[in-house]
Design a binder for this molecule. Sequence first.
Ligand SMILES: Nc1ncnc2c1ncn2[C@@H]1O[C@H](COP(=O)(O)OP(=O)(O)OP(=O)(O)O)[C@@H](O)[C@H]1O
Ligand SMILES: Cc1cn([C@H]2C[C@H](O)[C@@H](COP(=O)(O)O)O2)c(=O)[nH]c1=O
Length: 197
Amino acid sequence: MFIVIEGIDGTGKSTQAKRLAEYLEAKGQTVVSSFEPTDGPWGTLLRNSAETGRLSPEEELETFIKDRREHVSKKIAPALAQGKIVILDRYYFSTMAYQGARGFDPTEIRKKNEAFAPVPDLLLILDLDLDKALSRIGGRGAGTNEFERRENLSRCREIFLSLASESFVRIIDTDKSPDEVTESIIAALPTSTCGQQ
Ligand SMILES: Nc1ncnc2c1ncn2[C@@H]1O[C@H](COP(=O)(O)OP(=O)(O)OP(=O)(O)O)[C@@H](O)[C@H]1O
Ligand SMILES: Cc1cn([C@H]2C[C@H](O)[C@@H](COP(=O)(O)O)O2)c(=O)[nH]c1=O
């Protein structure tokens, strides 16, 4: 089972990825949790660019893809092959959204990624009004970074929501308490993966 959690910054992805992993582990499942950009060399370069200034659009897109290629081959594919549940905080849908917002065609980005990256079984898109998401980011105390500009996030949200009708996608409204959001996520799990009957 491969579960991806996506959404614009501040929607609660990290909070919910951790809670979902804890829920599944408590049910006896073996879970591998990970995130993108990774903490490898390409991911670190990208995270630093959020503070020091973004790379050129082309270089940024290529660097996210290099980071993902390494992530898929070293961590995601081996864990799935061992029958583990993989939970990712961001994946190539973020590239469609954020690099799509920078001018690339989201459909082309998807094609390029699906040539090497496995498609998840379940894509949870956490959704929240832009003002509330920005206020949650502000509440973390670190201010916003170069990826978290209002106009940018507005287009990213549109691209994420454009995926809503796909069969493996569930939109999760996160304008609720963390416990209520976790309940909605558990309700979206297939019963074979400890979802509720
Ligand atoms: N349901 C919720 N209600 C209120 N605050 C929340 C909720 N979920 C998370 N938060 C808070 O909002 C902030 C952002 O949450 P979190 O880091 O999980 O979001 P994120 O989507 O992973 O953000 P980013 O993509 O920027 O890393 C944190 O301070 C977190 O404690
Ligand atoms: C995977 C991925 C991420 N991003 C952007 C989105 C975020 O603003 C930053 C850092 O991620 P975090 O979850 O907030 O720590 O990276 C992107 O632009 N393209 C991608 O493919």
